[in-house]
Design a protein around this ligand. Structure first.
Ligand code: FAD
Length: 307
């Protein structure tokens, strides 16, 4: 078996995958092949340590690309595939693992080789426990965005090749409907103002928007605000079933801080919480806590910051 492979359709995440790939390369002494759908990403991946970059052209989501990725790995008898843990990435990872008859671990936080197997550290029970999973090679692992930083440029750039992926004849794309609010990637935001069910009406979110405006922050929310109330798009909710973020500043207004939410934001650098209930779990994670009614506190904060 030879070869460590990485794949993500997300440019930033693809670069981040190179960091654990380079660590695994140091143990396995196997080359890294980065598979990408983007020609513009290819050069950069080659500069950041991929020995080879394969640009897939054509193909269809997700089976078409997954089949092409599987064929690359099986030809090379690759030992490890690291996939960016997006919705599409997880689909691809599961498909390739099944075809390779390989074990798979998801949302790995750290990876190393131990006793000739892939040892993955991952978080369980919405962040309440950490476990280690040992997967025999060949192995597939998914990694969420921002788990690793992208590596520094390598001394020598790898080679770039283009390969065409077969379109899957069973799939026809009849219409592409934008999900709305695209273009805002809250995982890339350095400041977030997150809102929860403490807001009584959709119009009241204006208080959080005003604060976000002066902070130059993006708006985020809990699942209930996005999925039940539909006050904000689902791309903006944080948590175990939503986005994972690591901003410099996370202002949590009127949200309780249940573990399913906190697992997505606990690694924020500074957490500021505003809540009327001094026993709300958010205060356990907060660096600064304001026990008070956000309907009063938010306008005061916004006005003070405006000055
Ligand atoms: C399997 C599963 C997966 C889940 N995944 C997610 C997920 O990914 N993301 C997620 O967010 N949730 C998720 N949840 C839901 C999660 O358990 C919580 O129910 C949810 O996060 C709570 O949302 P909230 O904080 O908006 O509401 P609440 O828990 O109702 O909290 C509202 C808070 O607002 C405070 N408040 C009320 N009025 C004011 C005021 N005027 N000023 C200040 N504070 C005020 C209250 O004291 C309270 O603490 C999941 C649940 C399950 C079972």
């Amino acid at each position: 078996m030879a070869g460590i492979f990485i794949f993500s359709e997300d440019s930033a995440l693809a670069k981040q995958l190179l960091t654990p790939a380079l660590e695994l390369k140091a143990s396995l002494a196997q080359p890294i092949t980065a598979i990408t759908l983007s020609e513009s990403d290819a050069e950069e991946l080659a500069k950041l340590g991929a020995d080879k970059v394969v640009v897939l052209t054509g193909g269809t989501w997700a089976e078409g690309f997954a089949e092409a990725i599987y064929s690359q790995i099986s030809k090379a008898e690759g030992s490890i595939l690291l996939v960016g843990g997006t919705l599409r990435g997880k689909h691809v990872a599961a498909y390739v693992a099944a075809k390779l008859n390989a074990g798979m671990t998801t949302d790995a936080k750290a990876l190393k080789i131990a006793n000739g197997k892939l040892l993955a550290t991952r978080v369980l029970y919405a962040g309440l426990a950490v476990c280690e999973e040992e997967v025999a090679l060949p192995a597939v692992a998914t990694i969420r965005a921002r788990t690793f930083l992208a590596p520094a440029p390598a001394p020598a750039a790898g080679v770039v090749e283009t390969q065409s992926a077969e379109a899957d004849s069973r799939i026809t794309i009849s219409e592409v409907i934008p999900t709305g609010d695209k273009g805002v990637d809250i995982t890339a935001a350095t400041k977030l103002v997150a809102v929860g069910r403490g807001f009584r009406r959709k119009e009241d979110l204006k208080l959080a928007e005003d604060l976000a405006g002066v902070l130059k922050a993006e708006l985020a929310c809990t699942r209930g605000i996005a999925e039940d109330e539909h006050w904000l798009p689902i791309e903006r909710y944080i948590g175990i079933s939503g986005q994972t973020v690591k901003p410099e500043l996370y202002v949590a207004a009127g949200l309780s801080g249940q573990v399913q939410h906190m697992v997505g934001c606990r690694e924020s650098k500074v957490i500021v919480a505003i809540n009327t209930d001094e026993r709300a779990p958010i205060f356990e994670a907060a660096d600064y806590g304001i026990v008070g009614d956000m309907y009063e506190v938010l306008p005061l904060l916004t006005a003070a910051l405006r000055k």
